[in-house]
Design a binder for this molecule. Structure first.
Ligand SMILES: [Zn+2]
Length: 410
């Protein structure tokens, strides 16, 4: 019951009553906020649980996996029946979040942060929370956040150890902080074609529910702080940005160490601005897109940079130069090879992939759509023109903005 004897509404319960004692806490700020959580594993479960209890208004969740029995020992939002039915993690967490706090709206996106999330969506986030388990996903997430100018929180767990960090565009960048070992692994990833990378071992790290709780809690705390920029500016709150929180459970040690890197020359944290909105969607054909852009920019000399991934039109056997038609973005080639009765028996070195990295008037497959060359919905295209680069945003074809802003203008 409320102070005046009335039954409180859910919104009141979550805001005024529960956190009224926190001098810095601004419920209305959280209710308006858009937070994306990338990864719905052990860490993601904990982060989502906390953000839901805090009453963050709009949560976008991204993951490509389904619930498995092994997830059940450390993921508070999953149930046995979810694993038995092989449900998508994002669908399950969305349902549980709504049960816990019906004032929160959730947008579940089943996909991979490295190629399925458009910058148009990501740049409308206030904060992104990374709950991923590998460097490549962190690298991709950092690249998107830096382009968009959105701060992000990173968490990592391994056994009884864990770390949390905050990256803010203009101040601190994940890529600029990479050590030699990580750089080596990433440069291999960036330089090798996906056929060669085939059968890469996906390293699984041991996880306990306790370490996920601790690191997930710190991540959620930092995300909530980033939603209070004024309180951060006037010193009521201090961000982890530029530092790293480290926790070790076996002998119980925790510390906060300086951890900052921002190299002005780093190409990864280049901000994409200004971004121009257009009516283009992923269903447009390449020839239509080029015509539209030529007219818009008043020139035929332009080039759409695929950049983050290439388009593979065919694979060739090195020995006898036999061609296999593929017509897929490079991230889908590995699967293509595995599913082909003949190709899957060839060693990686026996094949090379023919890749296209940008699209101009000479592109041989004008009838393909943007979707077919691997451009995600609500993406931003980098277009090179004689006057320099332009950043062209596709239309919000799924109408996500209605969810993000509840009918407000984007
Ligand atoms: Zn950087």
């Amino acid at each position: 019951m409320g102070r005046d004897g009335s039954v409180p509404t859910l919104g009141q319960e979550w805001g005024e009553q529960v956190f009224a004692q926190l001098s810095w806490f601004r419920q209305e700020q959280l209710e308006r906020a858009n937070v994306m959580v990338v990864g719905c594993g052990a860490l993601g479960n904990e982060v989502l649980k906390n953000l839901t209890l805090f009453g963050v208004g709009h949560l976008t969740v991204v993951d490509f996996d389904t619930v498995e029995p092994s997830n059940l020992t450390r993921s508070v939002l999953f149930r046995r029946a979810d694993a038995d039915a092989g449900r998508e993690k994002v669908a399950v967490v969305a349902e549980r979040i709504r049960e816990i706090n019906p004032t929160v709206s959730v947008l579940p996106l089943s996909g991979d942060i490295c190629h399925d999330v458009g910058l148009g969506l990501l740049r409308r986030m206030d904060v992104v929370v990374g709950c991923v388990d590998n460097r490549w996903a962190r690298y991709c997430l950092n690249r998107l956040c830096m382009r968009a100018g959105v701060p992000w929180v990173d968490g990592g767990i391994d056994g009884l150890e864990g770390t949390a960090r905050v990256f803010v565009p203009g101040k601190n960048c994940y890529a600029c902080n990479l050590g030699p070992e990580a750089l080596k692994e990433l440069s291999y990833r960036l330089s090798c074609s996906s056929v060669i990378r085939r059968n890469e071992a996906a390293g699984r790290v041991p996880t306990t529910p306790v370490i996920a709780s601790i690191i997930g809690a710190v991540e959620a705390q930092e995300a909530v702080k980033l939603l209070h920029p004024e309180e951060l500016a006037d010193g009521q709150l201090t961000s982890l940005c530029g530092k790293m929180f480290y926790y070790e459970g076996q002998h119980l040690a925790s510390r906060v160490v300086d951890f900052v890197g921002y190299d002005e020359e780093c190409p990864v944290h280049e901000r994409w601005t200004p971004i121009e909105k257009t009516v283009l969607t992923t269903g447009w054909r390449i020839d239509e897109v080029l015509n539209y852009l030529s007219e818009r920019f008043g020139t035929d000399h332009l080039e759409i940079v695929l950049g983050d991934h290439s388009f593979v039109d065919y694979l060739v056997t090195r020995r006898d130069e036999r061609k296999f038609k593929v017509m897929l973005p490079d991230y889908a080639v590995e699967r293509f090879v595995e599913e082909d009765a003949e190709l899957r028996h060839l060693p990686s070195q026996a094949l090379y992939q023919h890749e296209i990295r940008s699209i101009d008037a000479g592109f041989p497959y004008m009838e393909l759509t943007l979707r077919e060359v691997g451009i995600p919905e609500w993406a931003v295209l980098r277009v090179c023109t004689e006057q320099g680069d332009r950043y062209v945003e596709l239309a919000d074809e799924r109408n996500y903005s209605k969810f993000l802003f509840q009918n407000e203008e984007v």
